[in-house]
Design a protein around this ligand. Sequence first.
Ligand SMILES: O=C(CO)[C@@H](O)[C@H](O)COP(=O)(O)O
Ligand SMILES: [Co+2]
Length: 217
Amino acid sequence: MNILSPSLLSIDFNHIERNAKVLDEAGVKWFHLDVMDGTFVRNISFGPPVIKCIRKVTDSFFDVHLMINEPIRYIDAFADAGADMLTVHYEACKDLQETIDAVKAAGMKVGIAVNPETPVHWLEYYINQVDMVLIMSVNPGFGGQKFMPIALTKLQEVKALAEERNPELLIEVDGGITVDNVQDVLDAGANVVVAGSAVFKGDKKANIAAFMEKLNA
Ligand SMILES: O=C(CO)[C@@H](O)[C@H](O)COP(=O)(O)O
Ligand SMILES: [Co+2]
C-alpha cells in the first residue's frame, strides 16, 4: 500500500481547519510538514508552534521534513508539537548517528533526507536504523519546482539496498511529483509520495482521488 503525503506548504493557512478536513475526508492519512530555517534553505516556512496548531485539527500522521541546520537542537520541540516522524537532512547534521538516536529516544519515527546532488552509497550504514529515506527530486526550499529525473536512479539504488537490509523501509520522494509522473517514481521504488502544488492547485478532492487511484493500483 503506497502512501500520499500532501505537502502543507501549498495549503491555504487561512482555512487550515476546513482544508485539513477535506484531506481527511478524501482518505489522506499523512500530512507532510516542510520546516525551513532560511539558512539550510533560502526560505522560511513555519516551526513547532504552527505544527501544534495543525495538530489540533487532525489526527493524521505528521511527516515532518526538517530543512534546518543541526535539527538535533529542536527534537523535543517537535515532539511536543505532535510530530510523528522527523526526517533530517544528511547535509544538515554534524553527527547523523547522534541525531537519529535522539529522534528515536524522543519517541518518534526517524527519516533521512538526501538532496538531489548527494549520492546515496553511505546509506548502507544507516538504512537498518531508520524508518524512512527521503529522496529529494528538487533542490529543497520551494514548492512548485520541476521534477529532477536523477531521483529515479537514486530511488532504484535505495530500493535495492532496502531489499537487502531493511525490507520494511519507507522510501519517500519529494518535489515536482504530479499525477503524470507518479507512476515513474513508484516503479523506481518509492512507496511514499509527497505532492504539494499538484494536490492543492485546483480541485483538491479530484487531485487526491487521481493520486490515490495510481497509488493503490
Ligand atoms: O520539501 C519540499 C520543498 O523543499 C517539498 O515538500 C515541496 O513543498 C513539495 O512541493 P511540490 O514540489 O509538490 O509543489
Ligand atoms: Co518536503
